[in-house]
Design a protein around this ligand. Structure first.
Ligand SMILES: C[S@@+](CC[C@H](N)C(=O)[O-])C[C@H]1O[C@@H](n2cnc3c(N)ncnc32)[C@H](O)[C@@H]1O
Length: 226
């Protein structure tokens, strides 16, 4: 049985989206977000303890358990409804997976891990919910709880540097922020420079995948221990 901790939060409220989230995604982007999210799954099959940030309805967590039944997962999200959906999804994988899952209901802008060390951190389409300062603070609080060989897996929307994709991506991202601000109360308006923040904390990009005309990026980051 998955363990749950909870706390009060004034974070954006994704509860109303929890049940429909997957279908809204399929209707708007088809399989593209999933391709991006699962692109580096095979690189996670040896992870021992994963910290999953803002995993929403738990599709990545469930796939991670299916690919790596020995992993222990701590999933943190500010949405109780998303976490409930995540736990149901993992329970369907197996009772063993459920026993290896801890869910924490918390605002990641203030969250500090108390356990670890984690050798895998995952943030799919979540760092875009934070400002530059909030991303920086989050990494600073998490970094002491990581192993020396930790990997950080990221999926994000990006604005390509040139080409017709650039204005299309700008428009799409502006629309998404508008929609999420209306539905969830999200106040952030632009994608944080999470790459720079991770770089300041010793992470470098080891692999990258691009999807949907370079508007979606999957990144695998490692810690530089030199
Ligand atoms: C856009 S959804 C992404 C969900 C999932 N990772 C995916 O790949 O689709 C953002 C998720 O982050 C959570 N979230 C947003 N801001 C948060 C915060 N400040 N603290 C904790 N969770 C937050 C939301 O509740 C939601 O589940």
């Amino acid at each position: 049985m998955a363990r749950t901790k909870s706390s009060n939060t004034d974070a954006p409220n994704f509860d109303p989206l929890a049940r429909a989230y997957r279908w809204m995604e399929y209707l708007s982007f088809g399989p593209m977000l999933e391709r991006c999210r699962f692109h580096f799954l095979q690189q996670c099959v040896h992870a021992r303890h994963a910290l999953i940030l803002g995993d929403g309805d738990g599709r990545f967590t469930a796939r991670l358990f299916a690919a790596n039944p020995g992993v222990q997962v701590t999933a943190v999200d500010a949405s109780a409804a998303m976490l409930a959906t995540l736990r149901c999804r993992v329970e369907r994988i197996s009772p063993q997976a459920s026993a290896r899952l801890q869910t924490i209901h918390a605002d990641l802008r203030r969250f500090t891990p108390i356990e670890g060390p984690y050798d895998l951190v995952v943030s799919h389409f979540f760092l875009d919910c934070l400002t530059d300062e909030e991303v920086d603070g989050l990494i600073e609080r998490i970094a002491p709880h990581l192993t020396a060989d930790a990997t950080w897996l990221i999926s994000e929307f990006t604005i390509p540097g040139k080409g017709w994709q650039r204005p299309v991506a700008r428009l799409l991202i502006r629309f998404l922020y508008f929609a999420f601000s209306r539905i969830t109360g999200l106040r952030v308006q632009q994608i944080s420079d999470y790459g720079a923040a991770l770089g300041r904390h010793g992470f470098y990009r080891s692999e990258q995948g691009q999807f949907l005309a370079r508007i979606l990026t999957a990144e695998l980051l490692k810690i530089n221990n030199l």
